[in-house]
Every structure is written in C-alpha cells, then in structure tokens.
Design a protein around this ligand. Sequence first.
Ligand code: G6Q
Length: 543
Amino acid sequence: MPTAIGGPAWRALQAHQEKMRGLPLRELFAQDAERGSRLTVEALGLYLDYSKNRITDETLQLLLQLAEEAGVRARRDAMFAGEKINITENRSVLHVALRAPKGASIFVEGKDVVPAVHEVLDQMAGLAGRVRSGAWKGHTGKAIRNVINIGIGGSDLGPVMAFEALRHYSQRDMTFRFVSNVDGTDFAEAVRDLNPAETLFVISSKTFTTLETMTNAHTAREWSLAGFGGDEKSVARHFVAVSTNAGEVSKFGIDTANMFEFWDWVGGRYSMDSAIGLSTMIAIGAENFRAMLDGFHQMDEHFRTAPFDRNLPVLLGLLTVWNTDFLGAHTIAILPYEQYLKRFPAYLQQLTMESNGKHVRLDGRAVGCDTGPIYWGEPGTNGQHSFYQLIHQGTRLIPCDFIAFGQSLNPLGRHQDILLANVLAQAEALAFGKTAEEVRAEGTAEWLVPHRVFEGNRPSNTILAGRLTPEVLGKLIALYEHNVFTQGAIWNIDSFDQWGVELGKVLAQRIVPELESKEEPKLAHDSSTSTLIRRVRKLKGAH
Ligand code: G6Q
C-alpha cells in the first residue's frame, strides 16, 4: 500500500490547515447554531461529541478522503480476515477473535480459531467458579481468599485496569492484588498481610520467560512453599498459569491442566480479554466477563460495518491524525470523570504508545510525519486542581478526551451532578475561553487582564455513556483499540510489534552479572554507564 502521507488528501489538509488558523471555535460555533448537535455520533449507547475540535465539514471530508487513500478499509478487513498484518513478526492480529461469539468463524492459516477461544473461556469459567465458591481448596484444605496476578506490561496493565474499573461488580470478600515490578517492594507489599494457605497466584506471561515476571513468580513460589514447610505438592493448589508456553509452565511445577492458553496472534497489549483476564474473571464472575466480551464484540462490529463518517473509532483516529500532524499537538489527555476508571489512562498509554510509537513505515522507510502522540491523564475532577492549568493557559495544544457517565455506581447526594457539571464546564472553558473584554467587564485591573484571559480554542472530545458496566467497559476499550488501528493505518506503520522495548532488556541482562559479581568487573560500556555501575556497586554495599 503506497503511503497516503504527502498524497492528495494530505496536501489538501496542509493547505486547509492554513485556512483554519483564522477560524477559532468561537467563530465556528457562532456560524452554525446546530454544530453542537450535528458533529456528534451515537452508537451502541456511546455518545461522541466531537464538535469542539478545530474542524469544519471540509476538514472532515478531507480526513475521510485520507482514510480512503491510506486504505484503512482494506487494512481493517485484512485484520478481521486473519491476514498477517503484523509483518515484522509475521503474525495475524486477531484480538477480535477473542470476543467473537460461539458459532462465528475466523481462520488463521486455514484453521477456525473461535472454538478454541470458547474452550479456554469455558475452562476459565470453571476455575473462576470453583475459586469464587470456595470449592477450590488450597493445600491445607482452606478456601482461596486472595488472588495475586503476577505479570507485566500487557499481562498486567489490562488486568489491573479492568479490576479497578469493575471493582463494583467484584466479589467483595476476596482480595485481588497485582504484582508487576521487579522491584522487590511490589511483591513484599502485596503479600505482607496474606496467608499462603488462602492465596492463589496467577502467573500471567505469554512467553513465560519475561525476567520481571519469572523473578516475581519464583519469589512467590518460595513465599508460598515456606507456608507449607516446603511441600512441593502445594504448588499445584496455589499456582495457575496463563501462557502460550506449556513447556516452561510445567518446568515451573504448575499442572498444565491449570494452564490457560492463548495464542501468538494475540498481542500483549490486546490480551486483557484473553486468558490474561483470568484474574478479572475470578473477580467479577464469568457472566460479567462474558458481558464485557460482548461489549468488545459490538464495537468490533461497529468498526467493521459502520460508514466511516458515523464510525466512532475511525472518527477518533482521524481527529487524532488531524490534531497531531496538522495542528501540531504532541499529546492527548485522557480525562475520565469516573473514579473507577482511574487506571484507564495508564492502560491506554501502553495500548496507544507501544502500538503507534514507530518511526518507519511498513516498507522500512521513514514515516515522514509525526506518529503516535503521548497519551496521559488522570481522573477528573482531581486533575482540574493541578495540571489543567497548562491545558487552559499554557503555550501548548493539548487535545482532551473527556469520558463521563450519566449515572454513578455509588449515587450519593449531589456528587454526580457536581461531577458532571465539572466535565461539561471544562470542555466549554477549553473551547471558548474568556476574552480580554469579558475579563475587563468584571472590573479587573488592566495589568491583570492578560493573566486572566483564556484564549480558548482548545480541542476536546466528550464521550458519554449511561453507566459503567462490564459491557460498556468492553465497548470503550475496543473503541480505543480501533482508534489506534485507524491512526496506524493512516501512518502506514506496524502498530502490532514492539521492537523498541527490546534493546533495554538485552542490555539489562548484560549488566546484572556486572552488579552481582564479587570481583570488580571489567567494564566495556561508555564512560557514563561504566561509572554509574561502579557507583551502584558501592551504594549497594552502603547501609
Ligand atoms: C505488549 C508487550 C509487552 C508484554 C510484556 C509481558 O504488547 O509485548 O508489554 O505484554 O513484556 O510479556 P509476557 O506476557 O510474555 O510476560
């Protein structure tokens, strides 16, 4: 596929962007009284208002033309058809198969993968049911009260986010914790008040070789064994695994009957709805987990079939390309006004930045424009009292995605109205600001006027839904997955590899023995790294 960057639509957008400079949002809204209801899309119970972007109908038409020139449609269809669109790893990209309903067919190299997906889901439901009901007994005959997921990156961020997001639906008499960091503190704090006899570890690792996860898993094994006088037979009752690597799992001592499989066509950051979601399923139950999968699937179908001008993920992806490549934005703030979504921005950081943080196209040549913006964020209203200042009055353009729900899962007096009033007010203030005249009219001293002016013209999207349910969470995650896909297709990059995380891993493996060796090691690094290694060796000895 030839790149659309620099093509007709791209060049037209560059010229168009010049025109747009003199058209602030105030003006655009003044020209069209219907804008706020027209530039919206509602699908699957999600309402997207994108009217507060610096766009006109012409911008939209050009962006839609860009999507056609980039071949987004063909690329999308290739993904759903199981083609190996992750070309640098020669893999299919089929997270959509993880939520395909029973009876659907998706083929990888001539084999329908959907039946295997449902077999694993049923196996997960079996374990989740036994653990939740207390039928699964630990080594000493006690029921499991604590579940600890050990994993990192894609094998951690999704489970953590989903547990927090769906905590309302979780089994409240059980404790769920997540250990990811190789910093021993993470493990130590997670288990300090737990009883090994009531604790089940879920070792989540696609490869079962990841340094951090295996280090934590072995420490967990020692901690657990110590609670049973070293009886190795206990491992099978207190450890289960989620992996593609049966050999390593059984070497670890985990009964492969308690191994939950997934496949190399599931990327780590797209795996929270695979067996990697086992801890989520134990927490919320199989029925809620399936409702979440159904939400994902509904969004997959919407992405696959809705016309692009009414297609939520396509529109969000195109707006991101517009803000990034034509308006010069470097970041996107994700601002959920829903406390349960507190880890959603962190989850999206991996999904978006590991996927689209690429500098070369599929053919290995330089992309020639900016790719993946930096995603970050915090729940509202907290952020309003800290970093929003820079968004309102700083010198940088920071597009925001506001996410809010009509109903609270914890209705308390006026809380929800106040929360919702704030999210609406922030989007309004960012778009329309406050002019010098308005500030003066309040009787502000002239010298203070510039400090109190809000330029406005800051773009944002507002996404509204009724209530945060497992199904809605699935829709929201798939919305961003396909938004990321759309961006990557426009940039013509491989959104599904992650070679950028490799180099640091390799170098760390080299440095570990240099830190541990009794003898002073011969160091052949650059002078900074060698000096730092010597300094760390000294500090290690210091108390
Ligand atoms: C995600 C990445 C990465 C991966 C972790 C854990 O897309 O590949 O975050 O998930 O490195 O890998 P394992 O599951 O193999 O331990």
